[in-house]
Design a binder for this molecule. Structure first.
Ligand SMILES: Cc1ncc(COP(=O)(O)O)c(C=O)c1O
Length: 399
């Protein structure tokens, strides 16, 4: 975790708003999870959570889950080995499936979410003369995956197909899960499915790729007993039939803690009896799952100030971003004694989804610079700030 001094220096060097991802946090995080889980459990990182940290994280995990042509291109450009890629997603196109499976003759695992996707993967595999490993995605009752009956049908079809290697099932039913019972129930259900694949399709070792949606405590009072949750997950995995090999698909719980979002106060004023700090960032760049209109208090502190101290007679601050919408509130009623124009605010646990999921193009504000802090504390720019006006205007040739 970056110290206040390091963050102040990064803001000076690179300007704000800024994402700082401390890649030194990743190995201990992976080690903590591995220590709590059964030894033969593999880890798969969901790239959508944050692709900037891939160079540091990729060597620490067995697989990377990618869900779009763009994510696959990122992996290719970074030299990720083809067989580490799990091509997932509800919209797969032929060129992308083809690109995924032909890499160096070692096909990636491809998930299948519909009968049409099964036919697509088969077509590509046949054209390439490859046997492509597939996981059938079980739906949790939404647009993702196959329901149980269709999954069984697809399993029977895939088993007899010379171009498909049925490996097992994939399942993800949501994020920020805090219930041990729910996670245990889901794992047990996947175990039953693995047995059915064994009995019905002769699949001796069925892979179960499961996204447990492990939670990150973003708001005050949200802290959960992660030890108990992991213990419950480990027990549920231990109870699976020996013939099921488990991979856990994880995003936010691997990377949220490595990130800090820095934003500077550009104006401080009082309106109708409320104090407002206007910052150079905003909700288009900072997404905390479950946050809406700053109803909850995010993990933020004033650098070089006295956050948390109420300061005698000092009224709290409403921290608002730079967008033209009353929704752009990052925090309400924060005691930030000493806040003034030019102050720097650090929002922690912003390593997952923030840099990719925000409505970054609104108002044509620049995309923040991204810096990675690595071994020995040295920082490098992973992405310069990017002007976005050209994405929001007709191109010259179109006029
Ligand atoms: C299929 C799949 N697996 C894994 C994840 C990662 O979830 P989380 O960030 O909650 O770990 C997601 C997130 O949307 C997903 O869609």
């Amino acid at each position: 975790m970056l110290s206040d001094d390091e963050l102040l220096r990064l803001a000076d060097d690179h300007g704000t708003p800024l994402y700082a991802f401390d890649t030194r946090d990743l190995a201990p995080r992976v080690a903590r999870l591995r220590a709590a889980l059964p030894r033969d459990v593999a880890l798969c990182y969901a790239v959508k959570a944050n692709a900037f940290v891939l160079p540091a994280l990729e060597p620490l995990v067995e697989r990377l889950e990618v869900c779009s042509p763009g994510e696959l291109r990122i992996c290719r450009a970074l030299g990720v080995p083809g067989e580490k890629v799990v091509l997932s997603g509800v919209n797969k196109d032929e060129p992308t499936v083809d690109d995924a499976v032909r890499a160096a003759g070692v096909p990636s695992v491809v998930t299948v979410e519909s009968a049409s996707q099964l036919a697509l993967v088969r077509r590509v595999a046949r054209a390439r003369g490859l046997r492509v490993p597939v996981l059938l995605r079980l739906s949790s009752g939404n647009q993702f995956g196959l329901d149980r009956a269709d999954l069984e049908r697809a399993a029977r079809e895939a088993t007899g197909d010379p171009f498909l290697e049925l490996r097992g099932v994939q399942f993800f039913s949501g994020t920020q899960k805090v219930s041990v019972r729910r996670i245990s129930r889901e794992v047990a259900r996947l175990g039953e499915l693995a047995c059915e694949l064994r009995d019905g399709c002769g699949l001796e070792t069925a892979e179960v790729e499961y996204g447990p949606g492990l939670p990150v405590a973003y708001f005050e009072g949200d802290e959960t007993d992660e030890g108990a949750l992991l213990e419950g997950l480990a027990e549920a995995i231990d109870d699976l039939p020996r013939t099921a090999r488990v991979t856990l698909e994880l995003g936010r719980s691997l990377v949220a803690a490595c990130g800090t979002y820095l934003t500077r106060v550009v104006d401080a004023k009082e309106v109708a009896g409320q104090r407002y700090a206007i910052v150079d960032g905003g909700v288009h760049q900072l997404v905390y799952y479950g946050q809406s209109m700053a109803m909850r208090r995010p993990p933020v502190r004033l650098l070089g100030g006295r956050s948390g101290a109420s300061g005698a007679g000092e009224a709290p601050w409403n921290v608002c971003g730079s967008l033209c919408t009353t929704n752009d509130i990052l925090a309400k009623q924060l005691p930030l004694a000493g806040l003034a124009e030019g102050s720097l605010l650090a929002f922690s646990r912003s390593g997952a989804y923030c840099a990719a999921e925000g409505m970054a193009l609104f108002l044509s504000r620049d995309l923040p610079c991204v810096v990675l802090v690595g071994a020995d504390g040295a920082s490098e720019i992973a992405r310069e700030g990017v002007r976005t006006d050209r994405f929001n205007a007709p191109s010259v040739s179109a006029r």
